[in-house]
Design a protein around this ligand. Sequence first.
Ligand SMILES: Cc1cc2nc3c(=O)[nH]c(=O)nc-3n(C[C@H](O)[C@H](O)[C@H](O)COP(=O)(O)OP(=O)(O)OC[C@H]3O[C@@H](n4cnc5c(N)ncnc54)[C@H](O)[C@@H]3O)c2cc1C
Length: 499
Amino acid sequence: MSSNGASKFTPGIPAKENIIVDGVLRYPAIGSKALIVGAGIAGMMAALECWRKGIEVEIIEKAATNAPFGDGVLIGPSAFTTFHHYPSMIKEYEEISHDVQLSFAGRDGTPMVSLQEFEWNREGVALTSAYPLRIKSLLGRRSFTEMLLSQCKRLGIPITYGVTIENYEEDISKKNATAVALDGQRYTADIVVASDGLGTKSHALTLGRPVRAFKTGLVVYRGMYSTDRLKDAPVAGDFIRNLQRPVLLALVANNIHCILAFTKTDVILGITTEEEDDINTTDSWSSTVSNATLLSLLPEPETWSPLLREAIHHAPDQSIVRWSLCFRNPQPCWTSTGGHVIQLGDSAHSFLPTSANGATQALEDALSLPECLRLGGKEGLGVATKVHELLRYQRVSLIQHFGFVNIQDFHREFDQKALQKYPLLLMGKWLWAHNAEKYATDNFYKACAHLETGSPFENTNLPPGHKWSDWTVEDELAKQKAGVLTMLELKSNGDWSIV
Ligand SMILES: Cc1cc2nc3c(=O)[nH]c(=O)nc-3n(C[C@H](O)[C@H](O)[C@H](O)COP(=O)(O)OP(=O)(O)OC[C@H]3O[C@@H](n4cnc5c(N)ncnc54)[C@H](O)[C@@H]3O)c2cc1C
């Protein structure tokens, strides 16, 4: 083997013909099959990218159909770096995405930070990794997953609904893995991708034990409905009629923050607060609350912005979902021993909404893994998944940490002094100028050599100069309790600038 570990892998094979379906150019087949478990955001994007990279691919999903649930998701530029390869999908993205502006305010709606573009759309900042695509960051989860699903269908990727995977197995001698369904049906492939969300059953194989997500003590109430319902609301009705651009308002007070997004057609509502002890955890989209209950959760309701109160009051009753926020400490191992099972998206890493990155990081995963599989080729699939994990773990763990640190800012009345020390929510160009596919291409062989021979390798997809270390929720919360401003600590570690 050469010193960079490259010689055992076949570099690209010359194409014998061009395969172009729906305008998408496919790499030559590598002769391997990936089975994707879970048709969520991570699973469907990974399936598309596997197809494009010449890997045979199939998806199985627990739900009976594309889940109609969910409200708004914020998705950043680094999720879209391969969209130009999908001409139909990029057109659809243009139609369904909302070019939202952002504002932070106190509970009564008084702006603390005036209406502004997301950091990557500001004048004079670094270019995003999706440039020249304008990133319109707010999407309805349902329309986004329908867009991915339509693209999977146009490429002929098979999807089977109504299959619940209970167990994962690996056969290292045969270099394959199997996902075992509730009814005993077995699905075998060269690579099995566990993109089955937070409740994945794959930890028994990757870590040797199940790892349940624990309650964070926070609960989020969320919903999305048509702005038609607000046309007679005195304040919100006028607000929507005069809306020039979609807006996202964050109203922040002690131990609670509320997100309100308005587009011409939809209202999106999210209220995150501390969870009462006596309530059973539920992670189901069928656990809803009445509008009156939701209003009563606001401390001194009459002191809150009328926009928020009207948005709650006019929501279809019992349509607001109550979601207990659960989390798993960062787990450095996402793969089975032989590397034929790999976790992707929420199954590998859970996020708090305050990191605004669950979907973005799931999509970055889905761009990185297929490129690693392509470069590994048929013989190197087991190593390729471990390279993907090495390239992704530290970056993802830091962003998970950011979400917890952010709670300090989002759950107390605004403090102008703190705001002057560091601007709220800015994450920096290291996050959105990153191209996960290119990073995999550029670092694959070096990372491979590191895994096989211990030669030096350092990730460069972190803030430049950042000294990375592992963290746990317990440590972070203990520091916060002791009054440490962990955001300052984190932001002084490396370059988080946007220019
Ligand atoms: C129905 C739904 C609605 C959501 N709505 C929002 C939202 O409004 N806002 C937001 O910010 N985030 C939402 N999320 C979460 C967000 O989409 C994810 O955090 C993020 O995009 C990561 O995506 P993922 O594909 O890793 O996980 P997920 O989006 O959770 O997708 C996992 C998929 O795997 C399937 N699955 C689960 N278990 C099994 C099993 N045992 N066998 C087979 N398939 C299985 C699920 O049905 C799902 O389709 C929602 C998730 C779901 C599932």
